[in-house]
Write a protein that binds this ligand. Sequence first.
Ligand SMILES: [Zn+2]
Length: 141
Amino acid sequence: MDDRPEHNVACHCGAVRFRVRLTDGFNTARRCSCSFCRMRGAIAVSAQLDDIVFVQGAENLTLYQFNTGTAKHYFCRTCGIYTHHQRRSNPSQFGINVACIEGVSPFDFAEVTVLDGIAHPSDQGGGPRVAGVLRYEPAPH
Ligand SMILES: [Zn+2]
């Protein structure tokens, strides 16, 4: 029996909806410094490929691939929001956009580890390296 919580995920317009169980809750929250992620700017958490169950809108996703084409970045063709991607570093996992998870804000995370995606482990050999930590400052009152 799987007692991990199931989260509802949706894009901005709501066309794409799925449920997901995460590998380790929100402890896997990461950003990445690669050429694509630095523009996208999302925080992602980890899920196994078969821990996503689509509710609707799988056909409304568009796929973007670049460089080696190993990573598969999915986004809604209507609102353009990135919902999830199949990882290059671990193709048995998806990264899930935390901002698309119901009840979760990317600003809930005081600190987020930034992976060194420019020096990608698949290009360099060795495990993922940490490029830094992104801190959110409390808003002034
Ligand atoms: Zn959408």
